[in-house]
Design a protein around this ligand. Structure first.
Ligand code: CP3
Length: 342
């Protein structure tokens, strides 16, 4: 039996007050991150240099005493390790050489990915060794659909037209890319678990853009395959899914994929999620990052209503999406203290 609050909640227990961590809790809103950022190479170098990535992962734990640390990395480290050209440009975001044909797809190599991702596993090992007793280490990957969005589009996009039209117009090529991502994600998350990740999270940021039929095929099916493979290899290691902008499918997603927790995005009503999620499945979320940015009474009021909606069921307090870089770190400290004082 574990005494770590996050793992108890993912095991189906209602813990009060709920444990807390925040998406993007390491990053630009922290002066200690900006200090490292200015003196280190690029973003990929920070993700693949174990000393730096370990330090950055632990910064929010040191400052706020969160109940979980999330590995400092990015969902696009996997396509980078598979051999796609990936760069992170300041003020622009990720830029990738798009994959649009069989020939582009042939560039990707699972064998190489294992080598290139090995520094990430070293980071997982060193973070795990450095964490306080009660703090849970979360590994993660992007879900295949969201990673495919960036791989096909070549970067961020308002509506990912290239990606979604490939899914309809060239389902064979799209399906082959998703298969590569399902297999490599299983391998990548397995390696993180072997190195010491105690739970893993699948980020499907763009899941809510799909039609219901495409959602089943490209969000639920891949997540189900990944969860099944991980459960078979690592029974007892819980999986959290984040089908963002698809909160109306939270119950269906949980039932069909077999995840142990569902992260709710900002727009999802937690009271409704509490009635649609299976009783033992943890809800994670879902404070509006803008309420955190604003702070004060707005933040406390939103927080209270989420706590009330999910009281009595397994709940991990979090945001509905990542912390914004302009956020005052004092608001984060205040939020943690407010949730813990309930
Ligand atoms: O949560 C954490 O603290 C762990 C680290 C983490 C990062 N990205 C660090 C990062 C995690 C879990 C991610 C996930 C991620 N990355 C997602 C899914 C969750 C979400 O936010 O929707 C997505 C879609 C990405 C892709 C990505 N990475 C984009 C679009 C960008 C540019 C926008 C931005 O915020 O700058 C990134 C860059 C990135 N990933 C940064 C960080 C700290 C900023 C770059 C820097 O600090 O130099």
């Amino acid at each position: 039996m574990t005494s770590k609050p996050i793992l108890r909640v993912l095991g189906g227990e209602a813990v009060w007050p709920p444990p807390i961590w925040l998406m993007r809790q390491a990053g630009r809103y922290l002066p200690e991150y900006r200090a490292i950022k200015d003196s280190s190479g690029g973003f990929i170098a920070r993700c693949t240099t174990p000393d730096l990535a370990t330090e950055i992962t632990i910064q929010p734990i040191r400052r706020f005493g969160m109940d979980a640390a999330i590995l400092f990395s990015d969902i696009l480290i996997l396509p980078w390790a598979l051999g796609q050209d990936v760069a992170f440009k300041d003020g622009v975001g990720p830029v990738l050489t798009p994959i649009r044909s069989e020939a582009d797809l042939a560039v990707l190599s699972l064998a190489r990915a294992e080598d290139l991702a090995s520094p990430v596993m070293e980071t997982v090992r060193s973070v795990r060794a450095a964490l306080p007793e009660a703090c849970t280490l979360i590994g993660f990957a992007g879900a295949p659909f969201t990673v495919a969005c960036y791989m096909i589009e070549g970067g961020g996009s308002r509506d990912f037209v290239e990606t979604r039209s490939m899914a309809y117009g060239n389902p064979e090529l799209f399906g082959r890319l998703l298969d590569v991502l399902v297999q490599s994600t299983i391998a990548y998350l397995s390696a993180q678990i072997e190195a010491g990740a105690e739970t893993v999270m699948l980020f499907d940021t763009w899941a809510g853009m799909l039609s219901p039929r495409q959602f089943r095929r490209h969000v639920i099916e891949p997540a189900k395959t990944i969860v099944k493979a991980l459960n078979a290899r690592y029974p007892g290691i819980p999986v959290i899914g984040f089908p963002r902008l698809a909160g109306m499918y939270a119950g269906l997603y949980a039932e069909q994929t077999g995840v142990d927790g569902v992260a709710l995005d900002t727009g999802t009503d937690p009271a409704r999620a509490a009635t649609t999620l299976p009783e033992s499945v943890a809800a994670q979320g879902n404070l509006d990052p803008i309420a955190l940015l604003t702070g004060g009474q707005a933040m406390r009021g939103e927080t209270l209503s989420i706590l009330e909606a999910l009281a009595g069921r397994p709940h991990i307090f979090n945001l509905g999406h990542g912390i914004l870089p302009q956020t005052n770190p004092d608001h984060v400290a205040e939020l943690v203290e407010f949730v813990r004082s309930r």
